[in-house]
Each structure stands twice: as C-alpha cells, then as structure tokens.
Design a protein around this ligand. Structure first.
Ligand code: UTP
Length: 283
C-alpha cells in the first residue's frame, strides 16, 4: 500500500528553548520568516505525502491554529492530541486511529533536511520491501550517545539501491542496510557502531502493536526506539545511511545555525546577509 500519510509529533515541552517556549512552541520558532514545522510539511509534500497528522498538546493551541491554515491543494493537515508528554513513542501511538491500517511516515520537526531526497528514498524502499525503513547517519564516536544507535548487518543486494536511485531525481550518497540491533542513547563504551537514527522514518502499521507493548524507560517516557528495537529483533527493520544536509534545530544553537545557513542559501536575503556578515568580521 502506498505511503501517503505522515505523523509529525509536536506535543513535547520544548524545555531546551525556555523561556521562548512559555509562549511559542518549539515547532513554530521561525527559520528567518518560516516556522520550523512548515519546512517539514513542505519536505513531506515534495516526497508525495498527501496527509499530515500533527500530534500536539492542548497546552500548545498555536500549533492547532497554524495547522488549520496549513492545508493546500496537495496536502491535508490535521491534528490529534497527546494528553501528557509521555515520550515520542507515546506521541506516535496517539495517531493510531487517524493513520488507520496503512504504512506511514514519521518526521521529527526539530530536524530540518536540505531537501526531500531521503524521504523519497525511504518511501521507495518501503514500497520495494514492505519493511519499516528509517533514516540513518554516520556521526563521530563522541556524538553517538545523543542518538538511537544501530548495528547493521548487511547491505541489501536485491536491486533496491538501483530502484531507489531511479525513483528520485537527485541521489544523495546512500547505503542500504538491514538493522539487527537498536540501542537508545548508549554510553560511548556500549555503542554498537558509529551509525545513528535521524528523524525520518517510514513504518509498517504493525509498529502500533509494538508501541502498545513497550514499557516506559527510566525517565518515564515511551521511546520509539524501543519499538524499533523489537522490529530489529524480528528482522523487520531496514535503513538508509545518508549524508543528506541536516540541521538539528532541537537546541538553541542548532536553530541559530539553521537560520543562518538557510538564510544564506536564499536568493532574496542571502547576498544581503553575506555582505553584512563579511563586514562584521572584517579585521
Ligand atoms: P524532543 O525530546 O526533542 O522534544 O522530541 P521536547 O521533549 O519538546 O524537547 P525538550 O527536551 O523538552 O527540549 C522530538 C519531537 O517529539 C515531540 C516533540 O514535540 C518534538 O517535536 N514529542 C516529544 C512529542 O510529541 N511528545 C512527547 O511526549 C515528546
């Protein structure tokens, strides 16, 4: 079945952006003049997604207000609620009824990608394999502990690479792997590789059953990675190791970098910003 739906979890507390997030949800903080979540909606639309389900909290009414005017001729945007911030896994399970029994994408709105190529490739990989497919990236060993970490077992060699590169116009450098183990934020000494999960997923609907069985982690949150670990145990998880441009906007410094780099790349304001920066740092 075609992947036409994305779930965007946006019900978190945004504590790393206090005091801004007392009034403005992290997902609506602007990248120059555009809320971060709009970049993710645009990426989804460019990848062929037709339905966006935003998981939000009743304490963040501006997300619902934004969503109510975000539908276009290509994409319908709606919201569902997570009553308490019990973690990413719990947030996804709040979208179960809205998604229905079909494969769906998950896109984290605090990661902005340079283009829609990874999402397109993950959808093509799911279409080809029928197996949950997740975005991966190599990072320096010192950064592995901040992410979900994976052990990869083999390169897929069934023609999927060729199929995927034909299905997207701009192939980024990508490696297809199957995943045998997933660990959430391991200590450096317990890392199983230098490959981590980034915030783009295409999941089979069976993941909702796994989410219903997992237990909360030590901080009381239900982790999506625990459900992915169950899929990996069943040989039901594959991934794409990608070198796509990615901005981590989950921290204030990451957001600031994204604003500067994305603004520099814009035709309307980039040259002006570049001149201002050059003058500022001359001498
Ligand atoms: P994060 O953990 O980065 O967001 O979750 P957060 O909890 O809002 O951030 P901090 O740590 O307090 O600063 C990644 C995404 O998952 C959503 C968040 O809104 C964010 O978009 N999320 C997280 C939920 O929807 N519900 C949750 O219970 C937790």
């Amino acid at each position: 079945m075609a992947v036409r739906t994305v779930v965007i979890p946006a019900a978190g507390m945004g504590t790393r952006f206090l005091p801004a997030t007392r009034v403005t949800p992290k997902e609506l903080l602007p990248i120059y003049d555009t809320p971060a979540i709009q970049f993710v909606i645009d990426e989804a639309t460019a990848a062929g997604i037709e339905r966006v389900i935003i998981v939000t909290s009743r304490s963040k009414p501006s997300i619902e207000a934004y969503a109510s005017s975000a539908s276009t001729a290509k994409v319908a945007v709606c919201v569902v609620y997570q009553d308490s911030p019990l973690g990413l896994g719990h947030a996804i399970s709040c979208a179960r009824n809205a998604v229905g029994h079909e494969p769906f994408a998950v896109m984290l709105p605090d990661e902005i990608m340079g283009d829609s190529s990874l999402m397109k490739s993950l959808i093509a990989l799911y279409d080809r394999t029928g197996t949950s497919s997740i975005g991966l990236k190599k990072v320096p060993a010192s950064e592995v502990s901040s992410y979900g970490n994976v052990r990869t077992v083999e390169m897929l060699s069934d023609g999927a690479t060729e199929l995927i590169s034909k299905s997207v116009s701009k192939p980024v450098s990508e490696n297809l792997v199957s995943i045998s183990q997933v660990i959430e934020k391991p200590k450096l000494s317990e890392a199983v590789s230098d490959i981590v999960i980034i915030g783009r997923y295409v999941l089979a609907p069976s993941v909702f059953d796994h989410l219903a069985t997992i237990k909360p982690s030590l901080n009381g949150e239900f982790q999506l990675t625990d459900a992915l670990a169950l899929l990996a145990n069943e040989n039901q998880l594959v991934g794409i190791v990608s070198d796509i441009t990615r901005y981590d906007t989950g921290t204030p410094m990451g957001l600031l970098r994204a604003v500067i780099e994305i603004a520099l790349g814009r035709k309307d304001i980039g040259p002006q910003l570049q001149t201002w920066l050059e003058n500022k740092f001359r001498n």
